[in-house]
Design a protein around this ligand. Structure first.
Ligand code: 2AM
Ligand code: CA
Ligand code: CA
Ligand code: CA
Length: 263
């Protein structure tokens, strides 16, 4: 077994175990706190899940670095060596309000390059995973390469807040796109939205502000099926910093960029 095959087996075991613990937690009382504002939620399960992964990783891979949303990992100034980028529960608001449509998201990077990506939709028991150069899978089904789709036949994901007055984008930029596409969707979990792009269930996804743990795994998955991952200006994402995100099918990504976003 190569070092990556061994790591893959370990992380799958840990993800399945964590998923089971989260599902079992539904019958217990949640402890909910707020972070940057009253809608930015974190629960005891977000924290316990992040701590669980960190304990497993530190117990197995002493020289690996960990970047986790809830702050129990390392403080990293650069990506060197092997780094785990972890969002223990992506879609905490869905976890709290709906008990579905949230995911565990884990990206494993070597230096600046994403090697392994995992997005586990805990309630639907769907594990999306990718190994750089070997394609992407949903459970054990290989995902086909993505192909272009016309804007008018596309289904795109974006949060309705970006269509109201906000400090990140003029809604007038997005309005012509929203009018042209076949439909819009919003799932409330960036990781699930990126997994759906990789699986061809969505054609493009736009978000104005995400963190490395939101997109670390999804980027690897989408690139493995030929999708395009950039920020809203078309630039490469910085795996250590917050940014906007624009992902989509090849062709469609370029069309939306030139005809709508850069006009
Ligand atoms: P989270 O649930 O892990 O916080 C919601 O539209 C998506 O945006 C989720 O993937 C959520 O991740 C992410 N997100 C990023 N920053 C956020 C913030 N400040 N408040 C709420 N959700 C945020
Ligand atoms: Ca959060
Ligand atoms: Ca997140
Ligand atoms: Ca989270």
């Amino acid at each position: 077994m190569t070092k990556w095959e061994e790591l893959d087996q370990n992380v799958r075991t840990w993800i399945m175990e964590a998923g089971k613990t989260i599902r079992e937690s539904f019958k217990e009382e949640l402890n909910i706190k707020t972070k940057s504002n009253r809608n930015d939620l974190v629960t005891n399960m977000d924290e316990a899940t992040e701590r669980y992964f960190i304990e497993k990783i530190r117990g197995t891979y002493k020289d690996h670095n960990i970047l986790g949303e809830e702050g129990f990992g390392d403080e990293l100034k650069e990506l060197s060596g092997v780094t785990w980028i972890i969002d223990p529960i992506d879609g905490t608001m869905n976890f709290v309000h709906q008990q579905r449509n949230f995911a565990i998201s884990i990206g494993v990077y070597e230096n600046q390059v994403g090697v392994l990506g995992y997005i586990y939709d805990v309630v639907h028991d769907e594990l999306y995973h990718a190994y750089r150069g070997s394609g992407a899978y949903m459970n054990d089904v290989k995902l086909p390469k993505l192909s272009d789709v016309p804007v008018e036949d596309s289904v795109i994901a974006l949060n309705a807040q970006w269509m109201t007055t906000n400090k990140r984008i003029d809604p007038a930029v997005l309005a012509p796109l929203v009018q042209k596409v076949r439909g819009t969707r919003s799932y409330g979990s960036a990781a699930i939205e990126m997994a759906y792009i990789a699986a061809g269930r969505l054609d493009a996804y736009i978000s104005m502000r995400l963190a490395p743990w939101d997109f670390a795994a999804g980027k690897i998955l989408i690139e493995e099926v030929g999708g395009v991952v950039t920020d809203l200006e078309g630039k490469e994402l910085d795996p250590l910093n917050k940014s906007s995100l624009f992902v989509g099918k090849p062709g469609l990504h370029e069309t939306i960029m030139t005809d709508y976003l850069k006009r």
